[in-house]
Design a protein around this ligand. Structure first.
Ligand code: SF4
Ligand code: SF4
Length: 404
């Protein structure tokens, strides 16, 4: 976390080479693929990373000294997918200060939104509702605390408030409170049980990771929740935290530095954990699941952390599953459109971005679009409907559970 002013040298070193605007010759040589969801939708430079850098420079220098709807629209229509950062790092001219590292622009966006909040210029109303929910109910969606544990009844989860286990399964707010996503948790539990994993949940004491707070600019709320969560994790005595939510995962991994300092506790996404179970021969998928699938990489486990191979490894471990790649995949994956408060505050951007992805999935000839994040799941399921597509959406663990 930095103050916006500290990014001055980085943002003012942008040479407007526009490598952050499209793949152009850089990737395929023959196809000009868009990389930035909002830039692709609104077409003006201000909506691409290079334009945002100019806006940030002007904010720091005081040229922009008042709030406006247009400013808010530019700043809050970023899904923080990180694709621009990757392209700038790879393809901008040598010596760019903004080339420093893959996640730089996402850090800049987060610090920009914190600055907007400090100035009283943000966040948007819909974001404020999420912040209020977290403060009042410990979850982003305003659900009751008791509902945190209801999904796990009869599935063999230990109550980590009273018992001990090796693994804490951290379901996360979105997976827990959207009934359409219940199978993400129950099928993960089936896989854990089959592999003989000692696992449990925090139940009604589980709290939001506060990634959403950070993404919309509320650093104070983020810091408070990060501190409380770290205490809960330490008290639980687990060795491993496993998440189904790509957002919780990247928040713990990238933004909770204290976790790294806690000897023996590791954070794994469910796809990494299951890939490890397969490697250690603790689980085998034996039933044939004849299915052509294409895998959507969630930005928060993909570009943010580099988890690209594990989801594909576990899909290929299922007999009968054929994995087909979309034209933009792995580090070049197109965003689902949901991230950084987009689905809640600017659903038109989320919808158009999601529908673009559905078209790419259809082009592979796959029957099933599979992913491993509740936000991607929600947005892609909606986009399938909005596109009137025949594709079916499944979470990765739902496919695995069919093969047990
Ligand atoms: S790729 Fe980097 S240097 Fe080039 S325009 Fe974009 S932000 Fe500026
Ligand atoms: S993070 Fe994604 S949406 Fe935001 S500016 Fe970069 S490419 Fe565009």
């Amino acid at each position: 976390m930095m103050e916006l002013e500290e990014w001055y040298n980085v943002v003012s070193s942008c040479v407007h080479c526009r490598a952050c605007t499209s793949s152009d010759i850089h990737m395929t040589g023959d196809e000009n693929l868009p990389i930035c969801p909002k830039g692709n939708m609104f077409k003006m430079e201000s909506f691409f990373a290079c334009g945002a850098h100019e806006i940030i420079r002007a904010m720091i220098e005081g040229e922009i000294n008042e709030n406006s709807e247009r400013l808010q629209h530019v700043i809050y229509s970023c899904t923080m997918c990180g694709y621009c950062s990757y392209h700038c790092e790879l393809y901008s001219p040598p010596g760019q200060k903004c080339k420093k590292m893959g996640k730089t622009f996402v850090d800049i966006w987060q610090d920009l939104r914190a600055d907007m909040m400090k100035r009283g210029w943000g966040p948007l109303e819909a974001h404020n509702a999420i912040l209020k929910n977290i403060a009042n109910t410990d979850n982003a969606w305003g659900g009751t605390r008791g509902d945190r544990e209801r999904w796990a009844k009869g599935l063999g989860a230990k109550d980590l408030n009273k018992e001990s286990a090796d693994v804490l399964y951290f379901a996360g707010c979105t997976t827990t409170y959207d009934p359409k996503l219940k199978a993400m948790m129950t099928t993960a539990a089936e896989v854990f049980n089959k592999a003989g994993v000692s696992w449990g949940i925090l139940g009604k004491n589980e709290k939001c990771c506060a990634g959403p707070s950070l993404r919309v600019g509320d650093r104070d709320q983020f810091k408070a929740y990060a501190g409380e969560n770290i205490e809960l994790f330490k008290k639980s005595g687990v060795k491993t935290i496993v998440t189904s939510c790509a957002g919780c995962y990247s928040t713990f991994k990238n933004e909770y530095p204290a976790i790294a300092e806690m000897d023996g506790i590791e954070v794994l996404h469910v796809t990494e954990f299951i890939a490890r179970l397969i490697k250690e021969k603790k689980i085998e998928f034996t039933k044939e699941v004849p299915m052509k699938v294409t895998y959507h990489d969630p930005c928060h486990i993909g570009r943010y952390v580099g988890v690209f191979e594990e989801p594909r490894t576990i899909l290929r471990a299922v007999p009968g599953v054929e994995v087909r790649e979309m034209i933009q995949n792995k580090r070049n994956s197109w965003c689902c459109g949901a991230g950084a408060g987009m689905r809640t505050a600017l659903p038109d951007v989320a919808s158009e971005t999601g529908q673009h992805r559905i078209k790419q999935a259809e082009d592979t000839g796959a029957e099933v679009l599979v992913s491993s994040c509740p936000f991607c799941a929600q947005n892609l399921m909606d986009a399938i409907k909005e596109s009137d597509s025949d594709l079916k959406f499944m979470d990765i663990t739902e496919i695995l559970a069919q093969a047990l």
